[in-house]
Design a protein around this ligand. Structure first.
Ligand code: SF4
Length: 333
C-alpha cells in the first residue's frame, strides 16, 4: 500500500476536523507569528544533509566572521516585539557562540520581550548555566526514524538529544523538538514520534516542511504535499490536545497556512519577515489566517507598528533598527 492510499484510508479531512475541534477546546483563538532569531551562519558539525550550513561550512573558513553582530540581533528582536511577533527561539550552529555569550544575548532579549526565550543551540551539557532568560530548550530531532536519522544527521544522535531534554525537564525548563517533513520518513514513523513526545514530556513541537537548499543533496527534491503535512499535524494534535504546535511554511507555500491552522497549529513560522512585510505575501498570510476564523497576534501589514527609527532600549541598536524599517518599507508603500 502506498502513502496516498494509506492516507486516504485515514480520511485526511475527517482527521483535520477532529483536530480543529480539539484545538478550539484546549487553546486560545490566537495564532502567533514566530520568528527564529539566528545568531550565526556557521555550525561546527555542518553535516546534516538538508541544512544550508552544510553548504555554508564548505564556503566559510573563518567562523568568527559568520557570527552576527549582537546589536543587530537585539534590534531585530526589538522590531519583532513591536510587530507582535514571538521569538520562536534563539538559534545557533554548534560551537559558534559560547554558553556565556548565548546567555548574555538571551538576558538582553529578556529586557526587550519581557519573557524567557527558547534556546536552540544544539546538544549541550551546560543548561544549568541558564536562568529565567530561558523558558525552554529545543532538541533539533528533525527526523524520528533512527536509521534515517543516522544518515541525515550523523553527528547529533536521538539519544543525546533525548538525554538533554530530560536534563532540561529536571532543571525546570520546557522542552521542544523540531521535525522536518519530507526527508524520507514513512507514515509509520509517526508512531515513533508519538512515543518520543510521551517519553520526553514534550511541550512544544515545531514542524517544518523540507526547504530544498541549493548545494545540499535535497536541492532537487520537492517539499511534501499540504495534505500529508496536515495529516501529520492533525494526528499529533489528536494525540496531544495540550501540546503547542508551530508549523513552518516557506513563502512559496503560503496556501499551506490555512489548513495547518485547522490541523492544530498554534503558530506559524519560517518567513522572511522584513521582505514580506507590506507585500502581497504578507497580506496573503493574514488572509489565510482570517479564513480559519482565528485571531492573528502581530502584523504583516500595519505600517504604524514599525514605530520610531530609534531604539527604546539602547542607542547602539538605532542603526540596525533604521535598516530593518527601511527594508520593510522599501518599494512597498
Ligand atoms: S547541527 Fe543544526 S546547524 Fe548544524 S548542520 Fe545540523 S541542522 Fe545545520
Amino acid at each position: 500500500m502506498n502513502y496516498i492510499s494509506k492516507i486516504r484510508n485515514n480520511e485526511v479531512l475527517d482527521v483535520v476536523n477532529k483536530a480543529n475541534k480539539i484545538t478550539k477546546e484546549n487553546h486560545s483563538n490566537v495564532v502567533t507569528l514566530e520568528r527564529a532569531v539566528l545568531i550565526s551562519w556557521w555550525c561546527e558539525k555542518g553535516d546534516c544533509s538538508f541544512c544550508y550550513m552544510n553548504a555554508e561550512k564548505k564556503r566559510i573558513n573563518n567562523p568568527e566572521k559568520a557570527k552576527r553582530k549582537v546589536n543587530g540581533i537585539l534590534a531585530e528582536v526589538e522590531l519583532c516585539t513591536r510587530l507582535g511577533w514571538n521569538i520562536e527561539f534563539l538559534s545557533a550552529g554548534y560551537n559558534s557562540f559560547s554558553t556565556e555569550e548565548v546567555k548574555n544575548i538571551s538576558k538582553k532579549m529578556y529586557e526587550i520581550t519581557k519573557k524567557g526565550t527558547w534556546l536552540n543551540v544544539g546538544i549541550t551539557n551546560e543548561l544549568k548555566e541558564y536562568g529565567e532568560e530561558i523558558i525552554g530548550v529545543t532538541g533539533s530531532v528533525e527526523v524520528m526514524n533512527p536509521e534515517l536519522h543516522e544518515v541525515v544527521c550523523p553527528s547529533k544522535s536521538l539519544e543525546d538529544i533525548g538525554n538533554m531534554l530530560d536534563v532540561a525537564e529536571d532543571l525546570g525548563f520546557k522542552k521542544a523538538i523540531t521535525i522536518i517533513l519530507g526527508l524520507g520518513e514513512s507514515l509509520e514513523d509517526i508512531n515513533k514520534l508519538i512515543k518520543y513526545i510521551k517519553e520526553h514530556k514534550i511541550d512544544r513541537i515545531i514542524f517544518y516542511s523540507l526547504n530544498p537548499h541549493k548545494g545540499t543533496k535535497f536541492e532537487k527534491s520537492s517539499p511534501p504535499s499540504s495534505l500529508y503535512y496536515s495529516w501529520v499535524v492533525s494526528t499529533i494534535r489528536i494525540n496531544f490536545p495540550k501540546v503547542e504546535i508551530i508549523c513552518g511554511t516557506w513563502i512559496d507555500n503560503l496556501a499551506n497556512i490555512g489548513i495547518l491552522i485547522l490541523s492544530g497549529a498554534n503558530g506559524i513560522t519560517k518567513f522572511p519577515l522584513f521582505k514580506m512585510f507590506g507585500t502581497k505575501y504578507g497580506k496573503r498570510t493574514e488572509e489565510e489566517i482570517k479564513w480559519t476564523e482565528r485571531e492573528l497576534q502581530g502584523t504583516f501589514t500595519d505600517i504604524n507598528r514599525l514605530g520610531p527609527l530609534k531604539s527604546q532600549y539602547n542607542p547602539k541598536y538605532d542603526a540596525h533598527i533604521k535598516k530593518y524599517i527601511e527594508e520593510s518599507l522599501k518599494d512597498k508603500y
